[in-house]
Design a protein around this ligand. Structure first.
Ligand code: NAD
Length: 256
């Protein structure tokens, strides 16, 4: 379905981003990966799906590096047809104790990076009259949790940016939508599980049980594969007139 299209997925060396990249690759899209850590493993996983894969190591907190990555993607594959703004980090502390440096980093990586990549990707999508911008927000783009001020602020901002981008392009073939996962067991969440296990002197399995039962009525993690299927839907012809939604896949979290 996406043969001949190119998807740039930020923060795709791990977790949800890698899952989304693989779901789009399975539909035939060529992929530009981005993110830190091991690069060769994720590249091989995507290439195994029979598509072309490139990598750019832009630090998503740096607008000039984001600009360089968009130029690189266009040089590699001609154009970015699908932009997935996924890179994100977490930090947990009460507002009065929240590190100013962590606040600035989360706003830059989880929110401003989506603005920069979007503004740079849009002109080519508008010219082609086809494009998909998928913002990985969070259930924390819809509701809040204590001790996550920067994250919740950034994710609510991402949902707002999604709506404005969708509206500004509503008469075109360019759509913008957000995905709002509940808990997904990635390295980002494993750190929170580890902190819970250490604080309570409990096992990993018990910490996971506590984490899920606090917020997620299904008591199940959402998987990167499930999120990937939603991203594929947004890219399908059935998604042509789906504009500005913030679709939660959260086991009922936001329904409470
Ligand atoms: P993860 O830690 O597994 O992956 C994060 C990715 O972002 C990695 O590839 C990392 O290298 C990259 N990254 C981090 N800082 C970067 C930077 N400055 N520049 C470029 N890349 C950078 O985390 P994840 O859980 O897969 O999270 C992906 C997205 O999903 C995030 O936006 C996160 O907020 C969101 N999300 C996660 C969950 C969850 O439960 N895991 C729930 C809702 C939303």
């Amino acid at each position: 379905m996406l043969k001949g299209k190119t998807a740039l997925v930020t923060g795709s060396t791990s977790g949800i981003g890698l899952g989304l990249a693989k779901a789009l690759a399975a539909q035939g899209a060529n992929i530009v990966l981005n993110g830190f850590g091991d690069v060769e493993g994720p590249k091989a996983e995507v290439a195994a799906l029979g598509v072309k894969v490139a990598y750019h190591g832009a630090d998503m907190s740096k607008p000039a590096e984001i600009e360089d990555m968009l130029k690189f993607a266009a040089a590699q594959f001609g154009r970015v047809d699908i932009l997935v703004n996924n890179a994100g980090i977490q930090h947990v502390a009460r507002v009065e104790n929240f590190s100013v440096e962590r606040w600035d980093a989360i706003i830059a990586i989880n929110l401003s990076s989506a603005f920069h990549a979007t503004r740079l990707a849009l002109p080519a999508m508008q010219k082609a009259n086809w494009g998909r911008i998928i913002n990985v927000a969070s259930v924390h783009g819809l509701v809040a949790s204590a001790e996550k001020s920067a994250y919740v602020t950034a994710k609510h901002g991402v949902v707002g940016l999604t709506k404005v981008t969708a509206l500004e392009n509503a008469t075109t073939g360019v759509t913008c939508n957000a995905i709002c996962p509940g808990w997904v067991l990635t390295p980002l969440v494993q750190k929170q599980v580890d902190a819970k296990a250490a604080a309570g002197g409990i096992s990993n399995a018990e910490a996971i049980k506590h984490l899920l039962s606090e917020k997620e009525p299904s008591l199940q993690f959402t998987t990167p594969e499930e999120l990937g299927a939603l991203a594929v839907f947004f890219c399908s012809p059935a998604g042509n007139n789906v504009r500005g939604v913030a679709w939660n896949m959260d086991g009922g979290w936001a329904a409470q």
